[in-house]
Design a protein around this ligand. Sequence first.
Ligand code: SAM
Length: 498
Amino acid sequence: MHCEARTLSDSASTPNTATGDALAASYDDVPYTSAPSPARHPERLATIGQLLGLDVPPVSNCRVLELACGDGASLLSIAATLPDAHFVGVDFAAQPIARARRMADAIGVANVELMQLDIRALPPDLGRFDYVIAHGLYSWIRAEVRAHLMPAIARHLAPGGVAYVSYNTLPGSYMRAVVWDMLKYHTREIADTHGKLVPARALLELVATPVATDSAGQQAMRSEVRDTAQSSDAALAHDDLSEPNIPVHFHQFAADAARAGLAFLAEAHANAMTVAGLAPHVRETLARLDRISREQYLDFIYFRRFRESLVCHSEALSRAVVEPARTLRLHALPSLEVRTAAARGEGNAMDAQASAIVRVLLERWPQSVPVAEIDARRKRDATQASPPTERLVLDLYGAGMIELRTAPISIARVAGERPRAFSAARWLTRDHEVIPSLYHAPLRYRDPLGRALLALLDGSRTRAELCAELGGPFAGAEGPGRLDRALGVLAGKALLVA
Ligand SMILES: C[S@@+](CC[C@H](N)C(=O)[O-])C[C@H]1O[C@@H](n2cnc3c(N)ncnc32)[C@H](O)[C@@H]1O
């Protein structure tokens, strides 16, 4: 196939139809650092597809296409953990693709092709992919460009495949748009994206300052302004100040997908579809609606501002009903929220049966546990009638307390004599604020010594050599003990390779 014949270097000569595009220039001007998220991992797409009855391709040797892959930090981190899978990342901005190529070379991934291409001009022979990812694209491009996205996904998605699309949604984005409008007005005379950042932050500071007579509505808007002020430069430049930035209602998104022969499958975060916190009469009203309307009204109720939706070919989706028995084929992990609460010694409000499952998962972290094993253990230990494992696992998943995946991965619980950390995390720890765990979780790891240690863990150094090279608190008699503890922290973040 055509794209398989291309190498990393010869794809550099791919013609870029977007040369001179102001949007491409803005991404060359202010770098957007692509952050990891389990929701953008083919594992998540496969898991949700499988639960909803799709015949999804196995992840281990799947084909993944990322449209608008940016600096590739997300795609390459995934590729580094799936050596038998094949990845293609396209983006029309030159600088991000150049950074992606540098990272690919540095971490030695050979299963990724990176191409500087406009999504409006994808080669017809690009091929079909089991999983397609388009993050940060749909609502940040002009309508004329957006019109190409769903047809491109439909063309390049394999029959049983699943695609991820994120976008700003209404009605919640109306609140954000109040801030976007004032920022754009304030910086209207400044041409380069980078130059807008300082004045934009000055305006945010001005408007965030409380006024003695603030009403509840004004306080809410001021808190919106404060939230925007917390954004990184990349988010401020490419989301809040982005031109264009056109949020849509969910029903518009679903109709756009349907026109291309695609159907809404689910949200990438199972807990985004929950009705658990709603009053009974609200739930009853929603239960009478079809799937698409129900999602739309959930957006009204939650004032939703952002979605990460999964779509598939319409003909692949027969019922879109969760099949509980399929959980028994999956592997479970405690979610970040549950691990954070456990580390703080806090419990989570859940019944004893669910809590027993979470306890097992916490004990086995950072390894995942087959749900079938949990089921066998529960059946063996059952002293009384209890809810089926499938039900409990689905409830925990829907509540965001556990993660599910189709396959386990190899993660070290303890560091060896020559400790080795995840190659993508080692590379990104040098200049990315957020680094990926082996589960593609975003880690905001701030400890500078821990980061320095992580960067050295390529498996070539003994513990004694690590202590010597790090020096400072790792030198002297206390050094080995400190190193042990620091390695324990990295293991607990699922960063060490077995
Ligand atoms: C907000 S960034 C998201 C990058 C990446 N998906 C991530 O997860 O971080 C949006 C990206 O879309 C790219 N982009 C925008 N319009 C495009 C187009 N027409 N064709 C290809 N890439 C495009 C930009 O260059 C930029 O890298």
